[in-house]
Design a protein around this ligand. Structure first.
Ligand SMILES: NC(=O)c1ccc[n+]([C@@H]2O[C@H](COP(=O)([O-])OP(=O)(O)OC[C@H]3O[C@@H](n4cnc5c(N)ncnc54)[C@H](O)[C@@H]3O)[C@@H](O)[C@H]2O)c1
Length: 331
């Protein structure tokens, strides 16, 4: 969520619609908004292959309203949008591989439905503020790092192309119709309630599962490396900072720093050990480095008033702690 010093006041009493609100990001957002006193309506189709899960609302079930509907059904949109102040438009098909294997579905959800949603806003609720979740994937293989907004767009899969179109529709509806839209390009996000069943949402999810089940994490790069839960490195580490697909970077953490996949796997193993008995806690120096990088974002010229508050080791620790208790609900 975009946090400004007065965001708590802003959302108190506001009516907020979250499409995809049973998913990873949407449910965490719903939780935060409920905490700020917003009236939250969630719309989600709960397709099993996607990240939506009723368990994601555990503890706030009675504080939000849920409408099981599909945003591809344009007949339901006017009713859902009626009286809403803010729309967090998060419903999406997120798997890059699925978008190649079933491009039509990706097109329907990530492109066509976005146009329908914007049309419904224009006709039935033109005052609504809309936040659209796009993806860093639209940049494709980066020319330079860290990637910034000036980087050329070069999507490498159907999902990236449809997400680009979704973005452009949101921008166009602002320019032409004056709708209050904005677009966020999200990158590998991690946290409680992410999909861990498989790698459909992100490879990080399946790594969490593998670690908690005592299995090795496999990292693909210039060479394959395996990271054993007890911290043993099997095979050769990735020869360069590259992810699956050869030329991609590792995780670009907080938009400023790049963490190679091998380093990330190593960190996850360490953090997991820490949660199970105190061994392998990331060093103080490492924590301090991550905190300094977080502070560095404040200086970004396109700062939206949002400052990341959770360093990578802490985010991993929190995620692993959540799934240590909750994994059985998500498999
Ligand atoms: N998680 C990330 O790292 C990441 C990165 C970049 C972009 N994003 C974008 O952020 C948004 C949320 O992602 P997430 O990680 O929470 O994924 P998620 O799969 O957990 O959540 C998406 C939700 O949308 C719902 N949904 C899908 N199609 C729908 C439809 N036709 N009608 C109604 N609901 C539908 C799913 O059931 C799911 O609950 C997505 O648009 C995604 O593309 C996420």
């Amino acid at each position: 969520m975009v946090r400004t010093p007065d965001s708590a006041d802003f959302y108190a009493g506001k009516r907020v619609l979250i499409t995809g609100g049973l998913g990873f990001i949407g449910s965490n957002l719903a939780r935060a908004l409920v905490g700020h006193g917003a009236e939250v309506l969630i719309v989600d189709s709960l397709v099993p292959e996607y990240g939506g899960h009723l368990r994601n609302l555990h503890g706030i079930e009675k504080k939000v309203r849920v409408n099981l509907a599909d945003v591809r059904d344009h007949h339901v949109l006017p009713v859902l949008l009626e009286g809403q102040d803010v729309l967090f438009n998060l419903a999406g098909q997120t798997s890059h591989l699925d978008s190649i294997q079933d491009p039509e579905t990706d097109l329907e959800i990530n492109c066509r439905a976005q146009l329908s949603i914007l049309e419904a806003c224009r006709r039935h609720n033109p005052g609504i503020a809309v936040v659209f979740a796009s993806t860093r994937q639209i940049y494709g293989k980066p020319d330079y790092l860290p990637v910034d907004e000036k980087h050329p767009l070069r999507p490498v899969d159907v999902n990236g192309i449809n997400k680009c179109a979704g973005e452009w529709y949101h921008t166009l509806y602002h320019q032409v119709h004056g709708l209050r839209t904005c677009v966020l390009r999200l990158t590998n996000t991690i946290g409680p309630r992410m999909r861990v069943k498989d790698a459909r949402q992100t490879f990080l999810g399946v790594w969490v599962r593998q670690l908690l089940e005592g299995r090795s994490i496999e990292v693909w790069g210039g060479a394959v490396a395996r990271f054993h839960p007890r911290g043993r490195l099997c095979g050769r580490p990735a020869a360069r900072r590259a992810g699956p697909g050869g030329g991609r970077p590792g995780v670009q953490s907080r938009g400023r720093e790049r963490v190679s996949l091998a380093d990330l796997a190593r960190l996850m193993v360490e953090v997991n050990g820490a949660g199970r008995g105190g061994a392998g806690v990331p060093g103080r120096a490492q924590e301090d480095r991550h905190r300094r990088l977080l502070r560095g974002l404040d200086a970004h010229p396109r700062n939206l008033g949002w400052t990341p508050r959770t360093a990578l080791p802490a985010a991993l620790r929190r995620t692993l702690a959540y799934y240590r208790k909750e994994l059985k609900h998500y498999l």
